[in-house]
Write a protein of this length. Sequence first.
Length: 440
Amino acid sequence: MSFLERVEKVPKEVWQFIDTKIWEKSKSSIKDRIIMTIYIAVRRYSIDDLQNKSSALTFNTLLAIIPILALIFAVMKGLGFANIIEPSYFERSLFDKKTVMKIFSFIDNYLSQTKDGLFIGVGLVSLLITVWSLISTLERIFNDIWRTKNLRSYKRIFTDYFSLIFILPFLLIFASGFTAFLSTALNEHFPLDFILSPTIILITKIIPWITSWLLFSIAYIFIPNTKVKISSALISGLLAGAAFYVFQMIYISGQIWLTRYNAIFGSFAMIPLLMLWLQVSWLICLIGAEIACAGQNIESLKEEVRYLKGNITPVDREFLSLVITHTIVRRMQLSLPPITAQRLAFETFTPIRLVRETLNKLLQAKVIVCCKNGDAEENYVPYLDINILSIGMLYEKIGKSGNTNLFDKTNEKYRTLYDYYMKLKNEEWKIEQSILIKDL
């Protein structure tokens, strides 16, 4: 084999290893897990349509950014930190001082309007609507990434998300105030500028990155309505924070080139620049969420990759419904604790995505019910009496759930076919009525 043929063969062998061989291993090394995590995150980038989802978040953020900033600055003013947070924003802003002044002007006008007469009601309503729209969109997208359909209660939404809004200013204060405090303290006690100044400069550059890391990690832990391991959130937050920090540096260094927009759009140049920054920032955030999900569920997602490469038959889907229902029923019969979706995926060697799809179908058919105790992960128990739940009842419940108005059953064109089909299904369900799932 010639040298050129060997060179041409290497990419094919590498791709064959990444696309096929690595998923067939019974035990995976740390290197294999890293490769699989990256592969799954890249693959699910298109499956989950992250580009359009980041665009939706960008639009919602544009509507909510002034009310949210107004809320944050109002809290800071109430705590006496307004003189700290505003200068820090000037120092670390991605936009020029004139643009930042306009933003602060919008915020001051918004706060002043909400204090006067009728505007206090209108201002509060607009604040709640815009913030709620952003929060609900963000939670829905994160839940889609984690394949969970259960939304938080209104109480949990209020406590979780508004606590995040209040945590954000303190992280900004920490990022801006800690460096200044450290610099002052070191200069007072160790006045050796030529030795300490490089250290202070290094710390000044690291603190914003650490702040981004913490923000992304907190988001990955609290926003999805499912249990996220701290280790997965910290690792993905570290990567997302680093990517976000690099993007900021590139964005800031390109400000000279971007100022050409000022000559074209004038004062409106702020809008496309802000949209660009928000779009990329949200994209980084969502990719980090995909990495967190892939890293935490790597074993079950190995099966999902095989599932996505193939085409599961309707018979296999029906059989999986029986397997999952049987597992849930047997746990109740043996007085074992309720089972989670993650545990079901592990015990049945089934992709977590397919398990969640099946669980949602069983929930809709009212075969099982989801129960949750506090902040614990969702557990599943039978909704029906296990002493009467048969295979026929299971498939009849599934078959009759959902939208039944797809066709006009009175139409002569479909009536004969529909009657014949339902006769076959009813006979099938009747035969299976005598077989209880708990006895299998």
